[in-house]
Unconditional design. Structure first.
Length: 85
């Protein structure tokens, strides 16, 4: 008997099923995106130093833009690295 091919699980399906995403900055107005806040920005970059996409972090477009901008500023003054080996 031939083994039947399973329908492949798409990456998107897995991401969607995990949990309901929300923008952490919209949810908590106290949280301010500041380029000097290395601890906050550290949570929004990947291990290698890349900026985590909004699809992953759940940030809304407006806050994702602010985050990206802040990360770039922080990189420039070397609070966070451009890349990690
Ligand atoms: Zn937001």
């Amino acid at each position: 008997m031939k083994p039947r091919m399973k329908t492949p699980i798409k990456k998107k399906d897995v991401l969607m099923r995990q949990r309901k995403r929300f923008c952490r900055f919209c949810a908590d107005k106290q949280k301010v995106i500041d380029y000097k806040d290395a601890k906050l920005l550290e949570a929004l970059i990947k291990e290698r130093g890349k900026i985590v996409s909004s699809r992953f972090s759940g940030n809304c477009a407006r806050h994702q833009r602010r985050v990206a901008e802040a990360i770039k500023q922080a990189r420039f003054i070397s609070l966070i690295p451009y890349t990690r080996v």
